[in-house]
Write a new protein. Sequence first.
Length: 374
Amino acid sequence: MVSLGLFLMPLHPPARDLTTVLEEDRELVKLADRLGYAEAWMGEHFTSTGEPVTSPLLFNASLISETEKIVFGTGVISLPQQHPVVVAGHVALFDHLARGRTIFGIGSGGLSCDWEVFGNLDGRARGMAMVESIELILKLWTEDPPFRHDGTYFKASLEDRIIPELGVGRLIRPYQKPHPPIAVSLRSANSYTAKQAGMRGWIPVSGNFIPAADVATHWPTYVTGAEEAGRQADPSLWRVGRSVLITESDAEAEDIIADPDGVFTRYYTYLGVHGRMAGGDLSKDIDWAKARVDAEAMTRSVVIAGSAKTVLDQLIAFRDEIGDFGTLMITGHDMEGMHDQWVRSFTAMAEDVGPKLSRYMDDRRLRPSSAAAD
């Protein structure tokens, strides 16, 4: 069986009212909960009004009492940008408030203006800081003071001001024992992070904007890491993201994809232009017409859109290219001017396409070489 999840960066046109788009995102999470989606993931970005959620924990906390079953994922907390003691405390508190409906997604940071504002422009250093941070967080959650951490990137000590009888000098620990599941985002083909996740037993999360051929390398790389560490790799752990839009007809989907000012063109224009800057090109001379052409090409290569039958066929082809996985995370895009279409799409995914995909995937597990869709 494949589960459904919701993944929100979120990405909105920066001119839209912030209060409005935050409520739009909240309503989408509540819809997903009512429809039986298993998880809702929220991103973290500090210095972009196009990606305006600065704390996935705060955003998700606003929805705990307004949802029933959905599990909240941080997608992701960028560990080099915050002190590990702060992250450990906030995640532990959220886990209690949510009664364990928590997945702790971590990363080294993906927004270049965040790198700059926090002084984390060195990619290798960001990766090493992430590893140092999570190791300290896990220690804080499982070991009592006194302790001293004199790391390369973080310092922390608690040795003298400890009164156990009063709780003084103690850090709160998560609701889940020993801690919430840890997830890590994957991007590049044959990702080193995927191997490390396999070695550590972390949940691998492949992004929606990654070509299927690259996504297909993530699980084998994860398995390699797991085997080296003596772990059994279970593909049900693997979360895979995709932008999916179910429309009344294929023609309707084509109109949306081809729209130079449409939701997908805006999305991939943002990612493409920012990606250039993240790669070191800081020129402000941007060829916006070319950026939109590139965005449409990207849309056609990675977005799954069309009638319910077309979407099911595309998802089956996607699954057959990348292999077995556990959760399909549907991207939550900006809904301005398309609210009803997106609601119908998420509903159709839960009630029609998702169950058919799940039956196909179950059949493939039983009969790997001879499964067929309904």
